[in-house]
Design a protein around this ligand. Sequence first.
Ligand SMILES: Nc1nc2c(c(=O)[nH]1)N[C@@H](CN(C=O)c1ccc(C(=O)N[C@@H](CCC(=O)O)C(=O)O)cc1)CN2
Length: 286
Amino acid sequence: MTAQILDGKATAAAIKSELSARVAALKARGVTPGLGTLLVGDDPGSRWYVNGKHKDCAEVGIASIQRELPATASQEDIEAVVRELNANPECTGYIVQLPLPKGIDTNRVLELMDPLKDADGLHPTSLGRLVLNEPGPLPCTPYGIVELLRHHGVEINGAHVVVLGRGITVGRSIGLLLTRKSENATVTLCHTGTRDLSGLLRQADIVVAAAGVPHLVKPEDVKPGAAVLDVGVSRDEQGKIVGDVHPGVAEVAAWISPNPGGVGPMTRAQLLVNVVEAAERAGSAG
Ligand SMILES: Nc1nc2c(c(=O)[nH]1)N[C@@H](CN(C=O)c1ccc(C(=O)N[C@@H](CCC(=O)O)C(=O)O)cc1)CN2
């Protein structure tokens, strides 16, 4: 078997083209969505992601508000920018690029954000809404994974999904999303303390690998016919991405997301969806 590709680039392009029309409709009603970003430090990967977010905004007609602080910024410096973005009327939604430098209390920064401007779905209010099954912004990578599976017709209803990694941007939050009645999956969340990882993986209809461990998921860990999503980003000596999924898995799985070109572009597209939806909600409330 050679797996079919879960093409994140093409799916993201389709989402962006639909969003352009929605942004044009908002602008016709006098509402201009604006995405703010706060980048702290000089990590080249984070800078690349933030620049990509603004490039996407330009493509669909969303305004950009960019804020940057040096790696030496204090908790107070970061919180001052968060307060400014909360108050800035041109910024209808924003994100704080993660991870923040060591020594910064990330939860305190996220809690200080205006939940109505949370474009990432990572504010405690947004995560609480997800738990309560109330409408609100969804974390971009989990949301992107669900949309990528749906777009390719992969059955989520009733599927056993095994997730590797318990980080807040992917592992922990995707379980909340996939176990809603509307998705109706059964989720096993695995982490470094999990026993018999291989045995659990072999039971999965869908694998979401977000552990950040190069080639952790081997062909013998995967049930023939499963869908496998590779979220892991490690780098080799040349700086090339090495995912969590061994290339040989493509010979066993029915569906596989390339890395790059799979979940990453979907993360970016779903951020734009969150920004547009927030502007639509604000526009119809006001
Ligand atoms: N505030 C947030 N911080 C972080 C998030 C997040 O959702 N919100 N997720 C990741 C980084 N991320 C977005 O911020 C992100 C990761 C990857 C991609 C992407 O398109 N990757 C490309 C490959 C790029 C490369 O070569 O390096 C791909 O997969 O094709 C976009 C966004 C952590 N921080």
